[in-house]
Ligand binder design. Sequence first.
Ligand SMILES: C[S@@+](CC[C@H](N)C(=O)[O-])C[C@H]1O[C@@H](n2cnc3c(N)ncnc32)[C@H](O)[C@@H]1O
Length: 214
Amino acid sequence: MTGLRDWKQWFAAYDDPASPLASRLRVVREGIRRALDEAAPGPIRILYLCAGEGRDVIPEVAAHPRRADVTARLVEFDPAIADVARRAAAEAGVADAFDVVTGDAADPANFADFVPAEVLLLCGIFGNVSEADIANTVARAAGLTARGGTVIWTRHRREPNLVPSVHEWFAEAGFETLWESDPELPEAIYVAGHRQRRDPAPGTGADKLFTFIK
Ligand SMILES: C[S@@+](CC[C@H](N)C(=O)[O-])C[C@H]1O[C@@H](n2cnc3c(N)ncnc32)[C@H](O)[C@@H]1O
């Protein structure tokens, strides 16, 4: 892949507690905590596509009583950003549970051996890919998520506001809505959690899920 945006500066907004991104982080972290709280007994696989620095999932797993049950696969294309995630997992004492893959998160070859996951994180993707790719990724999530598993996703609510469509696509794929972020938050932010009520669709498919266009 060539011509990709350099995302390193994007993460700096997390350090300003008043930023929309910091608000989003609080909601995503709460959602991950809830997914772990409600996970069925047994192993918990967390698959995070386009994981960035893992600022949400790493501290939540490290602090959670189910920590020993968790194995996480983080897929991040940028090697320097993936290294930040690896270091963060090591500093949090969970390096053994976190496999950070430097690669294309849209390519099922990077996670086909790790699904169905009990928690699927799709944060920071849907604002950067085409509408068709969002629909495709949601449909394919049905093959990536275990029955009873949780998916958490983010997208802004600026026009065209695709949030209602994304909800319809999740419903068609067998997911029910568990929670949504506070509508009073800035429109740069929207986060939702869904639960899969069906068995995972067979096979992950070999086609790519999405292409970043921003
Ligand atoms: C908007 S950021 C979101 C990061 C993280 N999920 C978060 O919410 O903090 C998008 C991330 O996706 C990464 N990325 C972009 N295209 C990717 C791809 N095809 N495969 C894996 N990572 C990708 C970027 O390097 C960047 O770290």
